[in-house]
Write a protein that binds this ligand. Structure first.
Ligand code: CA
Length: 584
Protein backbone atom coordinates (compact mmCIF):
# COMPACT_ATOMS: atom_id res chain seq x y z
CA UNK A 1 0.00 0.00 0.00
CA UNK A 2 1.24 3.43 -0.82
CA UNK A 3 1.79 5.67 2.14
CA UNK A 4 0.55 9.23 2.34
CA UNK A 5 -2.65 8.51 0.52
CA UNK A 6 -5.00 11.42 0.25
CA UNK A 7 -7.42 9.61 2.47
CA UNK A 8 -5.17 10.60 5.37
CA UNK A 9 -7.27 13.65 6.16
CA UNK A 10 -5.06 15.08 8.83
CA UNK A 11 -5.07 18.38 6.99
CA UNK A 12 -7.98 20.56 7.91
CA UNK A 13 -9.36 22.01 4.71
CA UNK A 14 -7.58 19.59 2.41
CA UNK A 15 -8.66 18.58 -1.04
CA UNK A 16 -12.24 18.43 0.06
CA UNK A 17 -12.35 22.21 0.02
CA UNK A 18 -10.49 22.81 -3.20
CA UNK A 19 -13.78 23.61 -4.89
CA UNK A 20 -14.19 26.60 -2.61
CA UNK A 21 -11.08 28.28 -3.99
CA UNK A 22 -11.62 31.96 -4.66
CA UNK A 23 -12.67 32.61 -8.21
CA UNK A 24 -11.20 36.13 -8.35
CA UNK A 25 -8.59 36.20 -11.06
CA UNK A 26 -4.97 36.16 -10.01
CA UNK A 27 -2.42 38.36 -11.69
CA UNK A 28 0.04 36.19 -13.60
CA UNK A 29 3.69 36.52 -12.64
CA UNK A 30 5.53 37.56 -15.78
CA UNK A 31 9.24 37.12 -16.54
CA UNK A 32 9.59 40.88 -16.04
CA UNK A 33 7.90 40.67 -12.65
CA UNK A 34 10.48 38.07 -11.63
CA UNK A 35 13.33 40.23 -12.95
CA UNK A 36 11.99 43.16 -10.95
CA UNK A 37 11.17 41.19 -7.81
CA UNK A 38 13.39 43.36 -5.66
CA UNK A 39 11.39 46.50 -6.51
CA UNK A 40 8.14 44.77 -5.61
CA UNK A 41 8.46 45.30 -1.85
CA UNK A 42 5.00 44.03 -1.05
CA UNK A 43 5.41 40.55 -2.52
CA UNK A 44 7.85 37.68 -2.15
CA UNK A 45 7.94 35.98 -5.54
CA UNK A 46 10.89 33.60 -5.42
CA UNK A 47 12.99 31.54 -3.06
CA UNK A 48 15.76 34.08 -2.38
CA UNK A 49 13.38 37.07 -2.78
CA UNK A 50 15.25 38.21 -5.91
CA UNK A 51 17.46 36.49 -8.47
CA UNK A 52 20.54 37.74 -6.64
CA UNK A 53 19.32 35.71 -3.68
CA UNK A 54 19.71 38.65 -1.32
CA UNK A 55 16.77 38.11 1.06
CA UNK A 56 16.72 41.86 1.61
CA UNK A 57 13.32 43.54 1.89
CA UNK A 58 12.71 47.26 1.36
CA UNK A 59 9.61 47.18 3.61
CA UNK A 60 9.95 49.54 6.58
CA UNK A 61 6.69 49.62 8.52
CA UNK A 62 8.04 47.20 11.07
CA UNK A 63 10.84 49.15 12.75
CA UNK A 64 13.34 48.73 15.55
CA UNK A 65 10.98 50.87 17.63
CA UNK A 66 7.77 48.91 17.09
CA UNK A 67 9.06 45.37 16.48
CA UNK A 68 8.54 44.51 20.15
CA UNK A 69 4.79 44.84 19.47
CA UNK A 70 4.72 42.09 16.84
CA UNK A 71 1.86 39.69 17.56
CA UNK A 72 0.61 36.61 15.77
CA UNK A 73 -2.18 37.23 13.30
CA UNK A 74 -2.79 33.55 12.70
CA UNK A 75 -1.15 30.16 12.85
CA UNK A 76 -1.89 27.33 10.45
CA UNK A 77 -1.12 23.69 11.18
CA UNK A 78 0.33 21.73 8.27
CA UNK A 79 -0.64 18.47 9.97
CA UNK A 80 0.46 15.23 8.36
CA UNK A 81 3.39 13.44 9.91
CA UNK A 82 5.03 16.61 11.25
CA UNK A 83 8.16 15.56 9.39
CA UNK A 84 9.81 18.97 9.36
CA UNK A 85 9.46 22.27 7.56
CA UNK A 86 12.34 23.87 5.65
CA UNK A 87 10.57 26.02 3.08
CA UNK A 88 10.62 29.71 2.28
CA UNK A 89 6.99 30.73 1.68
CA UNK A 90 6.05 32.84 -1.32
CA UNK A 91 3.53 35.68 -1.23
CA UNK A 92 1.62 36.85 -4.32
CA UNK A 93 -1.67 38.64 -4.82
CA UNK A 94 -3.03 38.10 -1.31
CA UNK A 95 -2.04 34.43 -1.14
CA UNK A 96 0.70 32.61 0.77
CA UNK A 97 2.17 29.57 -1.03
CA UNK A 98 4.39 27.15 0.85
CA UNK A 99 5.37 23.51 1.19
CA UNK A 100 5.60 21.09 4.07
CA UNK A 101 7.69 17.94 4.52
CA UNK A 102 6.69 15.52 1.70
CA UNK A 103 6.33 18.34 -0.86
CA UNK A 104 2.75 19.00 0.19
CA UNK A 105 1.70 22.37 -1.21
CA UNK A 106 -0.55 24.89 0.53
CA UNK A 107 -2.19 28.05 -0.83
CA UNK A 108 -3.57 30.17 2.01
CA UNK A 109 -5.70 33.28 1.86
CA UNK A 110 -3.41 35.69 3.71
CA UNK A 111 -6.33 37.83 4.90
CA UNK A 112 -8.12 35.05 6.72
CA UNK A 113 -5.54 32.32 7.17
CA UNK A 114 -7.85 29.83 5.49
CA UNK A 115 -6.83 27.33 2.85
CA UNK A 116 -7.62 28.16 -0.78
CA UNK A 117 -6.27 24.93 -2.16
CA UNK A 118 -3.99 22.09 -1.16
CA UNK A 119 -2.02 19.56 -3.19
CA UNK A 120 -0.32 16.42 -1.97
CA UNK A 121 1.84 14.05 -4.01
CA UNK A 122 1.24 10.35 -3.82
CA UNK A 123 4.30 8.19 -3.33
CA UNK A 124 5.05 4.54 -3.76
CA UNK A 125 6.25 2.32 -0.94
CA UNK A 126 9.94 2.31 -0.18
CA UNK A 127 10.61 5.98 -0.71
CA UNK A 128 11.75 6.72 2.82
CA UNK A 129 14.63 4.24 2.48
CA UNK A 130 16.24 6.42 -0.18
CA UNK A 131 16.01 9.81 1.55
CA UNK A 132 19.31 10.69 3.17
CA UNK A 133 18.08 13.57 5.25
CA UNK A 134 14.43 13.26 6.00
CA UNK A 135 11.32 13.99 3.95
CA UNK A 136 11.86 17.71 3.47
CA UNK A 137 11.12 20.30 0.85
CA UNK A 138 12.46 23.85 0.61
CA UNK A 139 9.81 25.56 -1.44
CA UNK A 140 8.20 26.59 -4.67
CA UNK A 141 8.62 28.75 -7.72
CA UNK A 142 5.89 30.87 -9.31
CA UNK A 143 5.77 31.91 -12.95
CA UNK A 144 2.91 32.83 -15.25
CA UNK A 145 -0.21 31.14 -13.93
CA UNK A 146 1.64 28.20 -12.38
CA UNK A 147 3.35 27.09 -9.18
CA UNK A 148 6.23 24.60 -9.46
CA UNK A 149 7.30 21.98 -6.92
CA UNK A 150 9.82 19.15 -6.92
CA UNK A 151 8.82 15.93 -5.18
CA UNK A 152 10.73 13.41 -3.10
CA UNK A 153 10.33 10.81 -5.83
CA UNK A 154 12.09 13.10 -8.32
CA UNK A 155 9.19 14.60 -10.22
CA UNK A 156 8.71 18.20 -11.23
CA UNK A 157 5.05 19.20 -10.98
CA UNK A 158 3.44 22.36 -12.35
CA UNK A 159 0.24 23.32 -10.53
CA UNK A 160 -2.31 25.83 -11.77
CA UNK A 161 -2.06 28.76 -9.41
CA UNK A 162 -5.80 29.32 -9.27
CA UNK A 163 -6.85 25.95 -7.93
CA UNK A 164 -3.83 23.71 -7.44
CA UNK A 165 -4.79 21.32 -10.23
CA UNK A 166 -1.89 19.67 -12.07
CA UNK A 167 -0.98 21.45 -15.32
CA UNK A 168 1.84 19.08 -16.19
CA UNK A 169 4.21 16.71 -14.51
CA UNK A 170 7.64 15.37 -15.52
CA UNK A 171 9.70 12.55 -14.11
CA UNK A 172 13.14 14.00 -13.41
CA UNK A 173 14.80 10.70 -12.59
CA UNK A 174 14.48 7.29 -10.92
CA UNK A 175 13.61 7.70 -7.24
CA UNK A 176 14.50 4.04 -6.68
CA UNK A 177 18.10 5.03 -7.44
CA UNK A 178 17.81 7.72 -4.72
CA UNK A 179 17.35 10.72 -6.97
CA UNK A 180 15.10 13.20 -5.13
CA UNK A 181 14.02 16.79 -5.55
CA UNK A 182 14.07 18.78 -2.31
CA UNK A 183 15.13 22.29 -3.38
CA UNK A 184 12.82 25.04 -4.58
CA UNK A 185 12.83 25.32 -8.39
CA UNK A 186 13.97 28.61 -9.94
CA UNK A 187 12.21 30.07 -12.99
CA UNK A 188 14.37 32.18 -15.31
CA UNK A 189 13.34 33.38 -18.78
CA UNK A 190 10.52 30.89 -19.05
CA UNK A 191 12.66 27.95 -17.90
CA UNK A 192 12.14 26.00 -14.69
CA UNK A 193 15.59 25.16 -13.35
CA UNK A 194 15.94 22.24 -10.96
CA UNK A 195 18.72 20.41 -9.18
CA UNK A 196 18.79 16.91 -7.74
CA UNK A 197 19.64 15.30 -4.38
CA UNK A 198 21.19 11.90 -3.66
CA UNK A 199 24.98 12.19 -3.33
CA UNK A 200 24.93 9.88 -0.29
CA UNK A 201 23.66 7.16 -2.66
CA UNK A 202 26.10 7.58 -5.53
CA UNK A 203 23.93 9.54 -7.96
CA UNK A 204 25.58 11.67 -10.66
CA UNK A 205 24.39 15.22 -10.13
CA UNK A 206 23.06 17.67 -12.69
CA UNK A 207 21.18 20.90 -13.21
CA UNK A 208 18.26 20.75 -15.66
CA UNK A 209 15.98 23.26 -17.40
CA UNK A 210 12.37 22.62 -18.43
CA UNK A 211 10.05 24.81 -20.46
CA UNK A 212 7.79 26.48 -17.88
CA UNK A 213 4.71 26.28 -20.09
CA UNK A 214 4.96 22.78 -21.46
CA UNK A 215 7.41 20.89 -19.24
CA UNK A 216 9.62 20.03 -22.23
CA UNK A 217 13.20 19.27 -21.17
CA UNK A 218 15.52 21.94 -22.61
CA UNK A 219 18.97 21.09 -21.30
CA UNK A 220 20.79 19.00 -18.71
CA UNK A 221 24.23 19.86 -17.39
CA UNK A 222 25.98 17.13 -15.41
CA UNK A 223 28.16 18.40 -12.60
CA UNK A 224 30.65 15.57 -13.14
CA UNK A 225 32.26 15.75 -16.59
CA UNK A 226 31.80 12.67 -18.71
CA UNK A 227 34.45 11.06 -20.97
CA UNK A 228 35.99 13.58 -23.37
CA UNK A 229 34.91 16.58 -21.31
CA UNK A 230 37.37 18.87 -19.48
CA UNK A 231 38.36 17.66 -15.99
CA UNK A 232 36.98 14.19 -16.55
CA UNK A 233 40.46 12.97 -15.54
CA UNK A 234 39.92 14.22 -11.97
CA UNK A 235 38.05 10.92 -11.43
CA UNK A 236 39.86 7.57 -11.57
CA UNK A 237 38.31 4.78 -13.61
CA UNK A 238 34.53 4.63 -13.52
CA UNK A 239 34.17 6.57 -10.28
CA UNK A 240 32.63 9.51 -12.15
CA UNK A 241 29.52 7.46 -12.78
CA UNK A 242 28.63 7.32 -9.09
CA UNK A 243 30.44 10.45 -7.93
CA UNK A 244 27.59 12.45 -6.39
CA UNK A 245 28.11 16.23 -6.75
CA UNK A 246 24.38 16.69 -6.30
CA UNK A 247 22.63 20.02 -6.73
CA UNK A 248 20.03 19.95 -3.99
CA UNK A 249 19.75 23.65 -3.25
CA UNK A 250 18.36 26.50 -5.34
CA UNK A 251 20.86 28.58 -7.27
CA UNK A 252 21.09 32.32 -7.90
CA UNK A 253 20.92 34.13 -11.25
CA UNK A 254 22.48 37.36 -12.51
CA UNK A 255 20.63 38.94 -15.46
CA UNK A 256 23.82 40.88 -16.36
CA UNK A 257 26.03 37.84 -16.81
CA UNK A 258 23.08 35.63 -17.81
CA UNK A 259 24.60 32.98 -15.56
CA UNK A 260 23.07 30.67 -13.00
CA UNK A 261 25.21 30.16 -9.89
CA UNK A 262 24.52 26.66 -8.62
CA UNK A 263 26.29 24.83 -5.76
CA UNK A 264 27.24 21.15 -5.77
CA UNK A 265 27.51 18.58 -3.00
CA UNK A 266 29.94 15.97 -1.81
CA UNK A 267 31.63 13.42 -4.05
CA UNK A 268 30.62 9.80 -3.56
CA UNK A 269 31.50 7.70 -1.73
CA UNK A 270 32.53 9.81 1.25
CA UNK A 271 35.69 7.71 1.58
CA UNK A 272 38.14 9.78 -0.49
CA UNK A 273 40.71 6.97 -0.84
CA UNK A 274 38.36 5.39 -3.37
CA UNK A 275 38.38 8.31 -5.83
CA UNK A 276 41.80 9.97 -5.66
CA UNK A 277 41.85 13.24 -7.58
CA UNK A 278 40.13 16.60 -7.35
CA UNK A 279 36.74 15.10 -8.27
CA UNK A 280 35.42 18.06 -10.21
CA UNK A 281 32.87 19.55 -9.91
CA UNK A 282 31.95 18.21 -6.49
CA UNK A 283 31.88 20.70 -3.55
CA UNK A 284 31.91 23.53 -6.06
CA UNK A 285 30.10 26.54 -7.44
CA UNK A 286 29.18 26.29 -11.13
CA UNK A 287 28.36 29.30 -13.31
CA UNK A 288 26.01 28.01 -16.01
CA UNK A 289 24.64 29.85 -19.05
CA UNK A 290 20.89 29.79 -18.51
CA UNK A 291 20.13 29.66 -22.23
CA UNK A 292 22.37 26.76 -23.17
CA UNK A 293 23.31 24.96 -19.96
CA UNK A 294 27.02 25.40 -20.76
CA UNK A 295 29.41 25.76 -17.83
CA UNK A 296 31.10 29.17 -18.05
CA UNK A 297 33.33 28.52 -15.07
CA UNK A 298 33.58 26.36 -11.97
CA UNK A 299 35.16 27.03 -8.61
CA UNK A 300 35.93 24.10 -6.34
CA UNK A 301 35.96 24.85 -2.60
CA UNK A 302 37.02 21.43 -1.35
CA UNK A 303 38.95 19.23 -3.83
CA UNK A 304 38.85 15.49 -3.07
CA UNK A 305 36.47 16.10 -0.18
CA UNK A 306 36.51 13.47 2.56
CA UNK A 307 34.21 15.24 5.05
CA UNK A 308 30.82 15.71 3.34
CA UNK A 309 31.48 19.42 2.97
CA UNK A 310 28.72 20.03 0.44
CA UNK A 311 29.00 23.40 -1.29
CA UNK A 312 25.29 23.66 -2.04
CA UNK A 313 24.28 26.77 -0.15
CA UNK A 314 23.20 29.33 -2.74
CA UNK A 315 25.51 32.33 -3.03
CA UNK A 316 24.37 35.89 -2.45
CA UNK A 317 25.25 38.09 -5.44
CA UNK A 318 26.12 41.73 -4.79
CA UNK A 319 28.41 44.55 -5.88
CA UNK A 320 30.95 45.77 -3.34
CA UNK A 321 34.24 47.65 -3.29
CA UNK A 322 37.05 45.45 -2.01
CA UNK A 323 40.60 46.79 -1.63
CA UNK A 324 39.49 49.94 -3.42
CA UNK A 325 38.18 48.05 -6.43
CA UNK A 326 34.50 47.64 -7.41
CA UNK A 327 33.74 43.93 -7.60
CA UNK A 328 30.78 41.88 -8.71
CA UNK A 329 30.90 39.11 -6.15
CA UNK A 330 29.25 35.86 -5.20
CA UNK A 331 29.35 35.31 -1.42
CA UNK A 332 28.98 31.71 -0.34
CA UNK A 333 28.84 30.30 3.19
CA UNK A 334 30.34 26.82 3.01
CA UNK A 335 30.09 23.73 5.16
CA UNK A 336 33.89 23.47 5.21
CA UNK A 337 34.04 26.38 7.65
CA UNK A 338 34.80 29.27 5.31
CA UNK A 339 32.82 32.11 3.80
CA UNK A 340 33.97 32.56 0.18
CA UNK A 341 33.98 35.78 -1.82
CA UNK A 342 34.36 35.06 -5.55
CA UNK A 343 34.29 37.25 -8.65
CA UNK A 344 31.03 36.12 -10.22
CA UNK A 345 32.02 37.21 -13.72
CA UNK A 346 35.29 35.27 -13.90
CA UNK A 347 35.08 32.76 -11.05
CA UNK A 348 38.27 34.19 -9.56
CA UNK A 349 38.85 33.65 -5.84
CA UNK A 350 39.00 37.02 -4.05
CA UNK A 351 39.25 35.92 -0.43
CA UNK A 352 37.69 33.70 2.23
CA UNK A 353 37.12 34.12 5.94
CA UNK A 354 36.63 31.43 8.62
CA UNK A 355 33.05 31.32 9.89
CA UNK A 356 33.85 29.12 12.90
CA UNK A 357 36.68 28.58 15.37
CA UNK A 358 39.28 25.83 15.31
CA UNK A 359 39.04 24.64 11.70
CA UNK A 360 41.50 21.75 11.55
CA UNK A 361 40.87 19.77 8.32
CA UNK A 362 43.04 22.36 6.55
CA UNK A 363 45.97 24.44 7.69
CA UNK A 364 44.73 27.25 5.47
CA UNK A 365 43.74 28.37 1.99
CA UNK A 366 46.09 29.58 -0.71
CA UNK A 367 45.69 33.38 -0.68
CA UNK A 368 45.67 33.54 -4.49
CA UNK A 369 43.50 30.56 -5.40
CA UNK A 370 41.71 29.58 -2.20
CA UNK A 371 42.86 25.98 -2.62
CA UNK A 372 43.06 24.35 0.81
CA UNK A 373 46.18 22.71 2.20
CA UNK A 374 44.71 19.57 3.76
CA UNK A 375 45.87 18.28 7.13
CA UNK A 376 46.16 14.67 5.96
CA UNK A 377 45.88 13.33 9.52
CA UNK A 378 42.28 14.60 9.43
CA UNK A 379 41.49 12.55 6.33
CA UNK A 380 40.17 9.10 7.30
CA UNK A 381 42.03 6.22 5.62
CA UNK A 382 40.31 3.10 4.35
CA UNK A 383 40.09 0.58 7.18
CA UNK A 384 42.09 2.93 9.39
CA UNK A 385 41.50 4.37 12.85
CA UNK A 386 38.69 6.68 13.75
CA UNK A 387 39.74 10.27 13.09
CA UNK A 388 38.65 12.88 15.62
CA UNK A 389 38.00 15.64 16.33
CA UNK A 390 37.43 17.08 12.88
CA UNK A 391 36.37 20.73 12.77
CA UNK A 392 33.91 21.65 11.49
CA UNK A 393 31.67 18.59 11.63
CA UNK A 394 29.99 17.55 8.42
CA UNK A 395 26.87 19.63 9.09
CA UNK A 396 29.15 22.55 8.70
CA UNK A 397 30.36 25.71 9.63
CA UNK A 398 27.11 26.51 8.04
CA UNK A 399 24.77 24.39 5.97
CA UNK A 400 22.04 24.90 3.40
CA UNK A 401 19.97 27.44 5.34
CA UNK A 402 19.95 30.69 3.39
CA UNK A 403 21.99 33.70 4.36
CA UNK A 404 20.63 37.24 4.06
CA UNK A 405 22.34 40.43 3.05
CA UNK A 406 22.34 44.18 3.02
CA UNK A 407 23.73 44.86 -0.46
CA UNK A 408 23.68 48.62 0.18
CA UNK A 409 26.22 48.14 2.97
CA UNK A 410 27.96 45.03 1.60
CA UNK A 411 27.09 42.95 4.67
CA UNK A 412 25.85 39.37 4.95
CA UNK A 413 24.02 37.77 7.88
CA UNK A 414 24.27 34.04 8.45
CA UNK A 415 23.73 31.30 10.98
CA UNK A 416 26.82 29.23 11.80
CA UNK A 417 27.62 26.27 14.05
CA UNK A 418 30.68 25.38 16.09
CA UNK A 419 30.71 21.60 16.35
CA UNK A 420 32.99 18.66 15.61
CA UNK A 421 32.80 15.13 14.26
CA UNK A 422 34.53 11.80 14.16
CA UNK A 423 34.92 9.79 10.95
CA UNK A 424 35.98 6.20 10.38
CA UNK A 425 36.44 4.91 6.85
CA UNK A 426 35.48 1.36 5.95
CA UNK A 427 37.74 -1.11 4.16
CA UNK A 428 37.51 -0.72 0.36
CA UNK A 429 35.97 -4.16 -0.13
CA UNK A 430 33.05 -3.13 2.08
CA UNK A 431 32.18 -0.09 -0.03
CA UNK A 432 30.13 -1.42 -2.92
CA UNK A 433 27.84 0.66 -5.11
CA UNK A 434 24.31 -0.67 -5.31
CA UNK A 435 21.66 1.56 -6.84
CA UNK A 436 19.35 2.91 -4.16
CA UNK A 437 21.63 1.98 -1.24
CA UNK A 438 23.75 4.30 0.84
CA UNK A 439 27.19 4.68 -0.74
CA UNK A 440 29.26 6.44 1.88
CA UNK A 441 31.81 3.98 3.22
CA UNK A 442 32.26 5.77 6.53
CA UNK A 443 30.79 5.96 10.00
CA UNK A 444 30.43 9.34 11.61
CA UNK A 445 29.35 11.05 14.79
CA UNK A 446 28.65 14.70 15.47
CA UNK A 447 29.47 16.31 18.85
CA UNK A 448 29.06 19.60 20.63
CA UNK A 449 32.32 21.02 21.96
CA UNK A 450 31.46 24.47 23.29
CA UNK A 451 28.85 25.94 25.64
CA UNK A 452 27.17 27.55 22.70
CA UNK A 453 26.95 25.79 19.33
CA UNK A 454 24.84 28.09 17.15
CA UNK A 455 25.53 31.69 16.20
CA UNK A 456 23.85 34.39 14.15
CA UNK A 457 26.70 36.46 12.70
CA UNK A 458 27.20 39.55 10.57
CA UNK A 459 30.11 39.83 8.12
CA UNK A 460 31.26 42.98 6.32
CA UNK A 461 32.27 41.72 2.87
CA UNK A 462 33.81 44.99 1.73
CA UNK A 463 36.01 45.33 4.81
CA UNK A 464 36.60 41.61 5.36
CA UNK A 465 35.59 41.64 9.00
CA UNK A 466 33.13 39.99 11.35
CA UNK A 467 30.91 42.57 13.06
CA UNK A 468 29.03 40.78 15.84
CA UNK A 469 27.58 37.42 16.87
CA UNK A 470 24.50 36.28 18.77
CA UNK A 471 25.00 32.83 20.34
CA UNK A 472 22.40 30.09 20.82
CA UNK A 473 22.71 26.97 22.95
CA UNK A 474 21.76 24.61 20.13
CA UNK A 475 22.87 24.54 16.49
CA UNK A 476 21.10 27.06 14.24
CA UNK A 477 19.37 25.71 11.12
CA UNK A 478 17.12 28.57 10.02
CA UNK A 479 17.47 31.02 7.20
CA UNK A 480 17.81 34.76 7.76
CA UNK A 481 15.77 37.72 6.47
CA UNK A 482 17.14 41.28 6.43
CA UNK A 483 15.17 44.51 6.02
CA UNK A 484 16.46 47.79 4.70
CA UNK A 485 15.67 49.55 7.97
CA UNK A 486 18.00 47.36 9.97
CA UNK A 487 16.04 44.38 11.22
CA UNK A 488 16.91 40.70 10.94
CA UNK A 489 14.56 37.78 11.47
CA UNK A 490 15.59 34.18 12.13
CA UNK A 491 14.74 31.23 14.39
CA UNK A 492 16.41 28.71 16.68
CA UNK A 493 15.99 25.05 17.61
CA UNK A 494 14.31 25.97 20.88
CA UNK A 495 11.38 27.30 18.84
CA UNK A 496 12.12 31.01 19.17
CA UNK A 497 11.31 33.16 16.18
CA UNK A 498 13.23 36.37 16.76
CA UNK A 499 13.89 39.89 15.52
CA UNK A 500 17.47 41.13 15.85
CA UNK A 501 19.06 44.56 15.42
CA UNK A 502 21.21 44.25 12.28
CA UNK A 503 23.62 46.88 13.58
CA UNK A 504 24.65 45.13 16.78
CA UNK A 505 23.08 41.67 17.03
CA UNK A 506 20.83 42.53 19.97
CA UNK A 507 17.62 40.54 20.16
CA UNK A 508 14.64 42.91 20.03
CA UNK A 509 11.70 40.48 20.12
CA UNK A 510 10.94 36.80 20.15
CA UNK A 511 7.99 34.45 19.99
CA UNK A 512 7.82 30.78 21.01
CA UNK A 513 6.51 28.88 17.96
CA UNK A 514 6.34 25.49 19.68
CA UNK A 515 8.89 23.54 17.60
CA UNK A 516 12.38 24.00 16.19
CA UNK A 517 12.75 26.42 13.30
CA UNK A 518 14.56 25.10 10.20
CA UNK A 519 12.87 27.27 7.60
CA UNK A 520 13.38 30.81 6.34
CA UNK A 521 11.28 33.89 7.13
CA UNK A 522 9.70 36.25 4.63
CA UNK A 523 8.03 39.65 4.90
CA UNK A 524 5.29 41.13 2.72
CA UNK A 525 2.68 43.88 2.65
CA UNK A 526 -1.08 43.42 2.39
CA UNK A 527 -3.74 46.13 2.63
CA UNK A 528 -1.11 48.61 3.79
CA UNK A 529 0.21 46.48 6.64
CA UNK A 530 3.59 44.71 6.82
CA UNK A 531 3.63 41.06 7.85
CA UNK A 532 6.35 38.56 8.72
CA UNK A 533 5.85 34.82 8.20
CA UNK A 534 7.84 31.74 9.25
CA UNK A 535 7.33 27.98 9.14
CA UNK A 536 8.11 26.15 12.38
CA UNK A 537 8.65 22.40 12.60
CA UNK A 538 11.63 20.30 13.66
CA UNK A 539 12.73 17.82 10.99
CA UNK A 540 15.44 17.03 8.48
CA UNK A 541 19.01 16.81 9.72
CA UNK A 542 18.40 18.67 13.00
CA UNK A 543 15.97 15.95 14.08
CA UNK A 544 18.91 13.49 13.98
CA UNK A 545 20.46 15.41 16.85
CA UNK A 546 17.63 16.90 18.92
CA UNK A 547 14.63 15.32 20.54
CA UNK A 548 12.67 18.57 20.73
CA UNK A 549 8.93 18.71 20.10
CA UNK A 550 7.80 18.12 16.54
CA UNK A 551 5.31 20.41 14.91
CA UNK A 552 4.24 21.98 11.66
CA UNK A 553 2.93 25.52 11.71
CA UNK A 554 2.90 28.57 9.53
CA UNK A 555 3.00 31.63 11.81
CA UNK A 556 2.14 35.10 10.54
CA UNK A 557 2.87 38.26 12.55
CA UNK A 558 2.13 41.97 12.37
CA UNK A 559 2.45 44.95 14.66
CA UNK A 560 -0.88 45.21 16.46
CA UNK A 561 -1.86 42.04 14.64
CA UNK A 562 -5.29 40.86 15.59
CA UNK A 563 -6.09 37.23 16.15
CA UNK A 564 -8.85 36.25 13.76
CA UNK A 565 -12.30 35.33 15.02
CA UNK A 566 -12.22 31.55 15.11
CA UNK A 567 -15.53 31.36 13.27
CA UNK A 568 -13.77 32.75 10.21
CA UNK A 569 -11.19 30.01 10.44
CA UNK A 570 -12.38 27.29 8.11
CA UNK A 571 -16.17 27.51 8.57
CA UNK A 572 -16.22 24.48 6.26
CA UNK A 573 -14.73 22.52 9.14
CA UNK A 574 -17.80 23.19 11.25
CA UNK A 575 -20.14 22.34 8.40
CA UNK A 576 -18.46 19.01 7.75
CA UNK A 577 -17.47 18.00 11.27
CA UNK A 578 -20.43 15.76 12.07
CA UNK A 579 -23.64 14.65 10.40
CA UNK A 580 -26.59 16.75 11.58
CA UNK A 581 -28.93 14.79 13.86
CA UNK A 582 -32.24 13.93 12.28
CA UNK A 583 -31.10 14.64 8.74
CA UNK A 584 -29.94 11.16 7.86
CA1 CA B 1 26.21 15.46 1.44
Amino acid sequence: MAFLRRSVLSIVGGLAFAGLAQTASLADVSSDALLQAQDNGGEWLMYGRNYLNQRYSPLDKITKENVSQLKPVFGYSTGGKFAGLEATPLFHDGTLYFTADYARVFALDARTGTVKWYWEPEYEDGLEAVLCCGPVNRGLAISGDKVYVGTLDARLVALNIKDGSVAWEKKIDEWQNAYASTGAPLVVKGKVIVGIAGAEYGVRGYVRAYDAETGKELWTRHTIPGPGEPDHDTWPGDTWKTGGASTWQTGAYDPETNLLYWGTGNPGPWNSDLRKGDNKWSCSLLAIDVDTGEIKWGYQYTPNDAWDYDGNNAPVLMDVTIDGKPRKVAVQANRNGFLYVLDRVTGEFIYASATVEGINWTSGLDPKTGRPTVNEDKRPKSGGDKVEPIIPGLEGGTNWFPIASNPDKGIVYLNTNDWVMSLKAWKPEDVVYKAGSLYMGVDYQMYRHKDKTGYLKAFDVANKKWLWELPSALPMFAGVLATKNGLLFTGDQLGNFMAVDADNGKQLWRFQTGSGINASPITYELDGKQYVAILSGLGGDPSFYFSGPKGGMLWVFAVDGEVKDTTSFNPQLIETALPVYGKQ
